[in-house]
Design a protein around this ligand. Structure first.
Ligand SMILES: NC(=O)c1ccc[n+]([C@@H]2O[C@H](COP(=O)([O-])OP(=O)(O)OC[C@H]3O[C@@H](n4cnc5c(N)ncnc54)[C@H](O)[C@@H]3O)[C@@H](O)[C@H]2O)c1
Length: 444
């Protein structure tokens, strides 16, 4: 397997590390030459900080660097480097052009979630897959989290599923991070119901073995952006770097204090103006931070779902009501945000360190309730407390084994719930998923 990655920012680091367990990483592409160079130094010898410029790469051969302007350059790269797998890690709204270019160049494509951001782009991807020999895999790593995989195993024990009540909470560290950069622009991320909830909507489709039919939603920007200024947290600056008002602000991300983030973002700004550390209350937010969604599925099941991006703690609560009882999962990823690391980035080990991070507690409870029986607390699958519960390595291993992995159609179904919810918020009407994209055309 000869793989190439397009989009060498935060997420691509996981792929660079994992891909090398399964084959050769032969090329990297990005629109920003400084970020690409910093990324090369970052992955040399699996570092958490970039090596000094010019220092030899250890362990693996350094992949070729391609500074690209458009997806045609990705096709040229794949041919020149004889890569047969393309991993797409660029911002969400750009996935489709690289996926299609990769398929047309004869490669298999693994794309980060969400597969894309609108129905027309999803159609382009599905059409391209149909006319080429390539396969698209969507990196839904949540399916490979041991606890979520266990839910899939246990669910049949409550019989036919009638309804699901699902709440996902993003805390004021992780949730805030979507309001500091490109995710805050709906045109680039599709909003949190596409960018983030695509994981959750895919889990529901997979757990229940069904697909969404009818969706209605309400959402608003309550806490971040200009709308949130009334709550008194805004310090009135545009970006954190070089701003006195940002010092001590729990919402400020300090790029200067993190060598990897400084090299990847701050030192690369001159090429594209990408500022990673915007004030979460600065103007320009076009996404929501508080969202309520109601879905009816083809199986007849319904779901009430809520996503909150400004919670004191992070995790989820989900309950399934079935013909033979009820299954309840409560998973706390962190029970609070420790003050000393509030401005750090979740999952970024160099930024979350020491006693402060350790002060945050996690926990999980999976409770099975059968009629006329006391509740049963199920022993829960062990999972790592970092790196998405170990899901990333398991996902990459599954993709490169004979195991089945989430397909482009799975990506489109997960996307459709979010798109229909966005459309419902826009029109204030209930939306049929098939009116946006009729997937029967590609499923046959
Ligand atoms: N499954 C997960 O757990 C998970 C976690 C984080 C991110 N992601 C996904 O990974 C993707 C990347 O997110 P990130 O946090 O690494 O973002 P990022 O901003 O850190 O990196 C994106 C990179 O893409 C480059 N880029 C911008 N426009 C481009 C274009 N047109 N063509 C090629 N490259 C371009 C940027 O220069 C940057 O280097 C997103 O789709 C995101 O949803 C998934």
């Amino acid at each position: 397997m000869r793989a190439a990655i397009v989009g060498t920012g935060a997420r691509a680091q996981m792929w660079a590390h994992e891909l090398r367990q399964h084959g050769d990483l032969v090329a990297l592409a990005d629109t920003n030459p400084a970020r690409l160079a910093a990324f090369q130094r970052l992955i040399a010898g699996n570092r958490s900080q970039p090596a000094p410029a010019g220092e030899a790469v250890s362990g693996h051969a350094a992949p070729a660097s391609w500074v690209i302007a458009q997806s045609a350059d990705v096709a040229r790269m794949l041919a020149a480097e004889r890569a047969d797998v393309l991993v797409v890690c660029s911002p969400d709204a750009t996935h489709d052009e690289h996926i299609v270019a990769g398929l047309d160049a004869g490669a298999h494509v693994i794309t980060e979630k969400p597969m894309t951001t609108d129905a027309a782009k999803a159609r382009r991807i599905l059409d391209a897959q149909k006319r080429t020999a390539g396969l698209v895999t969507v990196a839904f790593n949540y399916r490979y989290h041991p606890v979520y995989a266990q839910v899939k195993q246990v669910l049949p024990r409550i019989g036919e599923i009638s309804s699901v009540h699902f709440e996902w909470l993003l805390d004021v560290r992780h949730g805030a991070d979507y309001f500091r950069r490109w995710h805050r622009d709906k045109a680039q991320s599709g909003g949190l119901l596409v960018h983030k909830a695509t994981h959750h909507f895919d889990l529901i489709n997979w757990w229940l073995g069904t697909t969404p039919e009818q969706v209605s939603a309400q959402g608003k920007l309550f806490f971040y952006g200009e709308a949130g200024r009334r709550h008194g947290y805004d310090r009135g600056y545009a970006r954190a770097h070089g701003t006195a008002e940002a010092v001590g602000d729990p919402f400020a991300l300090s790029l200067q204090d993190n060598p990897a983030m400084k090299a990847l973002y701050l030192d690369a700004e001159e090429h594209d103006g990408y500022q990673r550390d915007l004030n979460v209350f600065a103007p320009g937010v076009s996404i929501e931070d508080d969202l309520a969604v109601l879905v009816r599925y083809a199986s007849g099941a319904t779901m009430s779902y809520h996503l909150t991006a400004f919670s004191p703690w992070e995790g989820l609560r989900i309950a399934f009501n079935g013909s033979q009882g009820r299954l309840e999962l409560d998973l706390t990823e962190s029970d609070h945000v420790a003050p000393g690391v509030s401005g750090a980035v979740k999952g970024h080990s160099a930024a979350l360190h020491g006693a402060e991070a350790a002060a945050e507690q996690g926990g999980v409870s999976l409770r099975l309730r059968h009629f006329w029986q006391p509740p049963q607390d199920l022993p829960v699958a062990t999972y790592e407390k970092t790196g998405h519960g170990g899901a990333d390595s398991r996902m990459v291993a599954a993709i490169f084994s004979a195991a089945s992995a989430p397909t482009a159609t799975d990506g489109a179904w997960a996307l459709l719930t979010g798109l229909a919810a966005n459309e419902s918020m826009r029109t204030q009407r209930s939306v049929r998923a098939s009116d946006l994209l009729d997937l029967t055309e590609w499923e046959s």
